[in-house]
Each structure stands twice: as C-alpha cells, then as structure tokens.
Design a protein around this ligand. Structure first.
Ligand SMILES: [Fe+2]
Length: 327
C-alpha cells in the first residue's frame, strides 16, 4: 500500500552503476523526494530487476564491467517490452564521444558527473511525467484492442479471428518487407478493423447472411464508425486506413468509398487478404470451412474476377507455403 499514491502506483527508478557508493548516493537523493528506487551493479542484475518489475525510469552509468551501459541501453530500446522506459545515461563531464554513443544507443537524456541534485530532480521529474503520459496512451490503445476483442466475442463463430489476423497480417507485412511501424499497424489492425461493429445491433451481427437492404446499410457503416472511434489517437494514425478500407474491392465494388486497385492503400489490402482467408477457413452456420487448398483456389479466382489484389494473394500463399515447409 505504501507504493500507492492516491490509488496510483508510485513510479519506480532503477539506478545502474558498478560503484555501490554511487547507487547508494542516488538512491538516497531520490528517496528524499519520495521516489521508489532499486539498484543494480551490472547489466545482468539490471535485466533481472527489469524482469521482476519494469521501472518507469533508468539511470544508467556508461562504464561497467561486462556489458556496457550503451549495449544495455541499445538492447532495452530494441525490445518492444522495454523501449518506452526512459533512459538517462550518466557520463563524465568532458566525454562528448560518450554522449554521441549514448544518442546512437537511444538514450533519452544525459546527466554529467558530478551530478548536481537540482539537475537530477529536474530530469527525473520531466521524464517521469512523459512516461506517465506514454503509459496512459498505451492504456487507451490496449482498451481499444480489448474492445475489438469484445466485438468478436459477440459472434461465437469468429473466436480467435482477431488474434490470427493480427499474427498473419503482421507476418505478411514483414514477408513483404514493409516498415516496422507498418507491421505494428497491421497487428493492431487485426484487433481493431471491425471495432465499428460495436454500433451494429446483435440481431444483424448474428444473422451473418441474407441481410435486408436496410440491415446491410447499417452493417456497411462499421468501417467508418471504427475509424471515427480511433481517429483521436495519434498512435493509431497508420491503423485508420486499415479500419476504413478493409472492405474495398479492386474493381471498385466495395465500401465505404468504392476505391479501385491501387487507390486502396497497401496496408488495408494486406489485412484484407488475411481476413478473407481466415473467413474462408472458418465454418459458419450458413457455410462449411474450406481446406487450405480450396481457400487458395477460391481466393485466386476471386482476385482474378476483380475482388482482391492478385499479387498480394499469391504472396500470401507463398508465405503460408514457406511456413508449412518449415513446420
Ligand atoms: Fe469488417
């Protein structure tokens, strides 16, 4: 309970330095301002502490026996689990080169020895505020993904669809060589593409087929509704086109904008291919599940008739074939 302030968790600072005297001094200074602290004398001990409880800020000495501060910093910034933890590197006063190396390793800020307590408190306080803000954004993001899953849960026949889509869309993106942030957008798109179905009544959603024109009109609003829900979040900027355009067709017969071929952005085209495959492979009350081979034949025929991007369909099956060979 002592770690909670007004119901919130008190933020934790990890101090990494091979000299125990330095870590003790920093812990004492930070403790005097009410911060929770933990210390590690080398990179391996720091990694163990991070696994035990992810800190909100790391103060990291550059010179340590074994793995250096730069290497530890680089590794933490490359790991999706830890990349958002701010890292302040502690360098010597005149070590300009140290700073350059630190910037290359992804450090967020620097403190020079001897450390002035005013400077320490100023850095720590501003970076912890930033971390709090990032945590809130992450929370909003994950709330939306959970909402996406709750939409899926309303339809018992689509169980696991979002997870499979997130996995396969991300894999296809990587296979095609798209940028890392686009791969992340594809994974999020797997969870969020049908979020707008939250506004579609159960009786329409569960009917699945044979919708009346009026019901169909409501169903067709879900990409725009989903985009509207997610638009305020800057972190979902690359996911918005996926949500809006995942029902467009290459021949212009899709919705909501009737885009054609290359007018449809690449990311929604990628998600669409994966989405169609998953739908074909899943049994519904009104249709049986197709085998992998049947799904391939169907999708290639539909692509040739003008529904999907033929090249992407071929690439997708190329990727699945490779995956099957490895398995
Ligand atoms: Fe949809």
């Amino acid at each position: 309970m002592g770690d909670l302030i007004g119901g919130r968790r008190k933020q934790l600072i990890l101090v990494v330095d091979d000299k125990r005297m330095n870590t003790e001094l920093l812990k004492e200074l930070l403790g005097s301002r009410g911060y929770r602290t933990v210390a590690a004398q080398n990179a391996a001990a720091a990694e163990a502490e991070i696994r035990r409880e992810a800190p909100d800020l790391i103060l990291l000495d550059v010179v340590m026996p074994g793995k250096s501060g730069y290497d530890l910093c680089r590794e933490l910034k490359e790991d999706s689990e830890t990349r958002l933890i701010p890292i302040v590197m502690i360098t010597g006063l005149t070590d300009r080169e140290d700073r350059l190396k630190g910037i290359e390793a992804g450090a967020d800020d620097f403190l020079t020895k001897p450390i002035s307590s005013e400077e320490l408190f100023a850095r720590v306080s501003s970076l912890l505020k930033l971390k709090e803000f990032t945590d809130e954004l992450e929370t909003v993001d994950s709330v939306l993904c959970t909402l996406g899953l709750s939409v899926e849960a309303r339809d018992p026949y689509t169980e696991g669809h979002c997870e499979r889509l997130a996995q396969n869309a991300g894999d296809l993106g990587r296979y095609l060589g798209v940028e890392g942030e686009c791969v992340v957008a594809l994974q999020r798109g797997g969870y969020l593409h049908d979020l707008g179905k939250i506004a579609v009544p159960d009786e329409i959603l569960k009917k699945g087929s044979d919708l009346t024109p009026a019901e169909w009109a409501i169903m067709k609003q879900h990409p725009v509704t989903g985009e509207t829900i997610c638009r305020p979040l800057k972190s979902l900027r690359l996911v918005l086109p996926i949500i809006r355009h995942h029902h467009e067709h290459s021949d212009g017969s899709g919705y909501p904008d009737g885009l054609r071929a290359d007018e449809i952005p690449l990311l929604p085209r990628i998600l669409q291919v994966v989405d169609i495959y998953d739908a074909l492979r899943t049994a519904r009350p009104y249709k049986p599940a197709l085998s992998h081979e049947q799904a391939a034949v169907t999708m290639l025929a539909e692509a040739r008739s003008g529904l999907w991007d033929e090249e992407l369909v071929s690439e997708f099956f190329g990727m699945l074939d490779k995956r099957r060979q490895v398995a």
